[in-house]
Design a protein around this ligand. Structure first.
Ligand SMILES: [Mg+2]
Length: 287
C-alpha cells in the first residue's frame, strides 16, 4: 500500500552520503539508501558545495541515486532534474542577487585583494554568486573574518562567509556568498516552492557549512562519522536556537548498519519518521 506520508529528503554529499572520510562504510549502506530513495513518496535533494559537473561525477563514481533537485555550490545554484536534464531554477538567482547590491564577483574579489592569506580557488569553483578562496588551515580565522566583514559592509555588500576545511588536502576553504545563498535558505526556498511542511522534511550533514541547517527547526541528522568538534558545535547551535529536539546524532551502535554516511542518514529517517520504519525494515530484509 502507498504510504500516505511524503518526505523531502535533503542530504549533503561529501562525507555524508559519499563515504570519502576516514571511517569505514557498511558494505550495503549505500545500496539500502538508494532503494529507499526509489520509494515514490521520497523526493531526493542533494545539498552540496560541489558544482554541477562534480555532483554528476560523484553520482557515477559512487553509484548514488539520481536526485530530483540539487542545491549546489554551497547554495548559490538550485536545479530541478528531469529525465537526467539539469534545469537551473532562475527564480533562486533573482532571490539572492539583491544581497550583493548588483556587485559582481570580480568587484568583490577586488575589494578583498589586500587580504594576503587568501588565494583564489580554480575558476571552475567560482560562479556568479560564489567567490571561493583557499587559506592555510592555521590562519587566524577570527581576525580574517572581522576584516572581511568590515570591508564588505563598507561597500554595502551583504555577504555570508562560510569557512570549512578540506581534510584530505589539509587546506582551509572560504566561500563568500550572498547573505541568503546558504544551504539553509536554499532548502527553505525549495520547501516553499514545493509546499512541504516541516514534518515532511529531513536533512543530513556532517560539517561546518551544514551547521545552520543542523541547528534550525528542520529535522536534521548528523552522521556518526562527523568529527567530535562538529558534534559539539551542532548540539550547541541547536540548543542556542531552541531546536535540540530537531537534531539527531547518529551513532555506530544504534543500528545494524552502523551510523556512518548513508547508514547514518537511514538511522535518522527511522528516528524522525516512524511512518517509514516498516519500509526501512522491509528493504533491509530484501538486501
Ligand atoms: Mg560534507
Amino acid at each position: 500500500m502507498m504510504n500516505p506520508h511524503r518526505l523531502l529528503l535533503c542530504t549533503d554529499l561529501d562525507r555524508t552520503l559519499i563515504p570519502n572520510g576516514d571511517q569505514a562504510e557498511h558494505p550495503v549502506a549505500r545500496r539500502h539508501f538508494s532503494e529507499f530513495c526509489r520509494l515514490p513518496e521520497v523526493v531526493l535533494v542533494y545539498v552540496t558545495g560541489r558544482h554541477q559537473s562534480l555532483v554528476k561525477q560523484a553520482i557515477q563514481r559512487y553509484a548514488l541515486p539520481e536526485p530530483d533537485f540539487a542545491i549546489t555550490d554551497v547554495g548559490t545554484q538550485i536545479y530541478r532534474i528531469v529525465d537526467g536534464e539539469w534545469l537551473a531554477m532562475g527564480l533562486w538567482g533573482e532571490e539572492i542577487a539583491s544581497d550583493w547590491q548588483g556587485k559582481s564577483r570580480e568587484q568583490i574579489q577586488e575589494y578583498l585583494s589586500p587580504m594576503i592569506e587568501l588565494s583564489l580557488q580554480e575558476a571552475s569553483k567560482q560562479n556568479r554568486f560564489k567567490l571561493s578562496y583557499y587559506l592555510p588551515v592555521d590562519a587566524d580565522k577570527e581576525r580574517l573574518n572581522g576584516g572581511i566583514e568590515d570591508c564588505l559592509r563598507q561597500k554595502g555588500v551583504d555577504a555570508s562567509l562560510v569557512w570549512s576545511i578540506d581534510e584530505p588536502e589539509n587546506i582551509g576553504l572560504l566561500d563568500v556568498l550572498p547573505r541568503n545563498a546558504t544551504k539553509l535558505h536554499g532548502i527553505q526556498f525549495l520547501q516553499r516552492q514545493l509546499g512541504y511542511r516541516q514534518g515532511e522534511m529531513i536533512f543530513a550533514g556532517d560539517s561546518g557549512n551544514d551547521l545552520p541547517v543542523l541547528g534550525s527547526a528542520i529535522r536534521s541528522v548528523l552522521v556518526a562519522n562527523a568529527s567530535a568538534e562538529v558534534k559539539r558545535q551542532a548540539q550547541q547551535f541547536a540548543a542556542q536556537h531552541g531546536q535540540s529536539g530537531s537534531l539527531y546524532l547518529a551513532t555506530e551502535t544504534n543500528s545494524r548498519l552502523g551510523g556512518n554516511y548513508a547508514a547514518g542518514i537511514l538511522q535518522g529517517i527511522g528516528y524522525f519518521a516512524p511512518e517509514f520504519r516498516d519500509r526501512l525494515k522491509q528493504l533491509e530484509l530484501s538486501l
